[in-house]
Unconditional design. Sequence first.
Length: 190
Amino acid sequence: MRVPDVLGWLGVAYVIQDCIASIALIKDARCALEEVSDGSSGGGAAEPSTNSVSGGLLTVVDKLSPRLFHFERGDLVVLKSPEEHSKRLVRRLIALEGDFVSVTGGKLERVPKGAGWLEADSGALEPGGDSRVWAAVPLALIEGRVAAVLWPPARWGHLSPQPTPRSATKVLGQEGSLEILSPPIDEESY
């Protein structure tokens, strides 16, 4: 192969890895995320309901959906930490813009436009934090959606959106929440 041919394929590989999909290793129950392609790492606390194994989960991260702003409640996402942009975290998307969330203590918050409510699956405040610490997070910080598990073979398959198993936060008005409350009728009473 000639050098120009190789350089052309490197460009294609870069576009695929950066814009469409990449492969990432989510390690142990705390789910530290390590990008296999570039070796960068960070901490996270989402515990996928796929029950990660000691060696970790080799996953496919869909990077196209966030670019098209296609999000669903229950998606497991990879995001830049709002506190330290060099760290990557894995969190579950609990609520989207316009939703009302009730966190522990009963405070009612509305998720603003262009933001989402993200939490760790463990239900506890983990290192790196989540929306209970940061409040709503700009959707622009989401880099990808964990779409499938490649390894280990026992866990192989597509990951569909699902609610956070141990969350104390309630999304109000959403089907399947533990408590359904009526949001304020008008913005002034909010």
